[in-house]
Write a protein that binds this ligand. Structure first.
Ligand SMILES: Cc1cc2nc3c(=O)[nH]c(=O)nc-3n(C[C@H](O)[C@H](O)[C@H](O)COP(=O)(O)O)c2cc1C
Length: 306
C-alpha cells in the first residue's frame, strides 16, 4: 500500500529505460523502499517494495545516465534541476555567523516586505525535508501589516470566547486531571497569555503577532508528521534572516485553533484547510532594533554515548 497524503494516495510510477542503464546500482542503493534491483546488469522494479514508490525521486536524481523517470505524487522529471555550484553553498562559518546574529525580532520598521522576498522565502522553505512526499505542509501567508493585524484581532476576539479556559474555577476543576507540568503551564503561561492577548488587544496593543509586516502560518494535515511544518517554518525563518529580515516564531496561535466549532470557523475564515498536530507562525519584517551582543544558549542536556 502506498503512503497516503492529502495530495495523493497512489504510488508513483517508475519508468525505466533499461537499455540506457550501466548497471551501476546507485539507484538501488538510495531506494529505501527496496523498489529497485539490478538484474542482468540492468535496473528493474523489484517485487520487494515496502510501500510502493513514494516519489522521493532519489533514484532519478542520483542516476548518471537519466535512466529512471518517476511520475506521480506531484513528481515528474521536468521538476529536476541542475545543482547549484558547491562554491555557492554557505559554509559552516557563514551559516554559524547568521545563526549567531539572529535574534527573535518583535519590533519592526514601518516598511513592507517586498513581494520578491516573500517568494524567495517560500522558495527556500519548500526545499526543507518535509516528510513523506508529496509534502503535506500548508502555508497561510499574511503579506502585509493590515492582514497581520486583522488576523491578530480576529484571534483575540476568538480567544475571548474561550476565556473560561483560563478562569480560576476551570483551572481548579481540571487540576486533578492534568499532569503537574500541564497544571503549571496552564497557571503560569496560558492564563497570563490569555490576559495579555485579549485585554491588551482591546487597548490596541498587539502582542499576538506584533503588527509584523509579514506572517506565515505553517501547518500540516491529519496525515502529516507533526515535525513537517515546524521544519518548513525553520527554513523560512532562516531564509528570512538571509534576506536581511528580522524574524520570530510564534507558537501560541496554533494550539488554540485546533478543537471545536469555533476553532473550525476561525480556520475557515482564514483559509486554514486542516486542523493538525503541530503548526507554527513565523513573522518577518525589517528590524527596528539592533543587538550589540549575542548570548550563548545551550541544550537542556547532551548525552554522549562513548
Ligand atoms: C516554537 C517557538 C514558539 C515561540 N512562540 C513565541 C510567541 O508566541 N511569542 C513570542 O514573542 N516569541 C515566541 N518565540 C520566540 C522565543 O520566545 C525566543 O526564541 C526566545 O525569546 C529566545 O530568543 P532568541 O530567539 O532571540 O534567542 C517562540 C519560539 C519558538 C521556537
Amino acid at each position: 500500500m502506498p503512503v497516503p497524503t492529502t495530495r495523493d494516495k497512489n504510488p508513483a510510477s517508475i519508468l525505466i529505460e533499461a537499455d540506457k542503464c550501466s548497471g551501476c546500482g546507485l539507484c538501488v542503493n538510495v531506494c529505501k523502499d527496496f523498489g529497485l534491483e539490478i538484474v542482468n546488469n540492468k535496473v528493474h522494479q523489484s517485487d520487494k517494495a515496502l510501500f510502493g514508490c513514494i516519489a522521493c525521486g532519489h533514484c532519478m536524481m542520483v542516476c548518471p545516465t537519466d535512466v529512471i523517470a518517476i511520475e506521480g505524487r506531484t513528481l515528474s522529471p521536468v521538476l529536476m534541476f541542475e545543482l547549484p555550484e558547491k562554491s555557492q553553498a554557505a559554509d559552516y562559518e557563514s551559516l554559524l555567523a547568521m545563526f549567531k546574529r539572529r535574534r527573535s525580532i518583535r519590533e519592526f520598521k514601518n516598511k513592507a516586505v517586498e513581494k520578491e522576498k516573500i517568494e524567495k522565502i517560500l522558495e527556500a522553505a519548500q526545499t526543507a525535508p518535509m516528510g513523506i512526499p508529496p509534502s503535506d505542509v500548508h502555508v497561510l501567508v499574511l503579506e502585509n501589516k493590515k492582514q497581520v493585524r486583522l488576523f491578530a484581532e480576529d484571534f483575540s476576539n476568538y480567544l475571548k470566547g474561550l476565556r473560561w479556559m483560563s478562569s480560576r474555577w476551570f483551572l481548579a476543576l481540571i487540576r486533578p486531571f492534568l499532569k503537574k507540568e500541564n497544571n503549571e503551564m496552564m497557571h503560569d503561561f496560558v492564563k497570563p497569555l490569555f490576559d495579555v492577548y485579549v485585554d491588551d488587544m482591546d487597548k490596541g496593543n498587539n502582542w499576538i503577532n506584533y503588527d509584523a509586516p509579514l506572517a506565515m502560518y505553517f501547518y500540516g494535515s491529519p496525515y502529516a508528521d507533526p515535525a513537517d511544518p515546524i521544519i518548513a517554518a525553520t527554513y523560512a525563518m532562516l531564509a528570512g534572516e538571509s534576506l536581511g529580515l528580522g524574524t520570530c516564531m510564534l507558537g501560541a496561535v496554533h494550539p488554540f485553533i485546533q478543537n471545536g466549532k469555533k476553532a473550525s470557523a476561525f480556520r475557515e475564515r482564514w483559509g486554514i484547510k486542516y486542523p493538525s498536530r503541530e503548526g507554527l507562525v513565523v513573522i518577518f519584517g525589517y528590524p527596528a532594533v539592533h543587538y550589540q551582543k549575542g548570548v550563548k544558549r545551550t541544550f537542556a542536556h547532551i548525552h554522549r554515548v562513548s
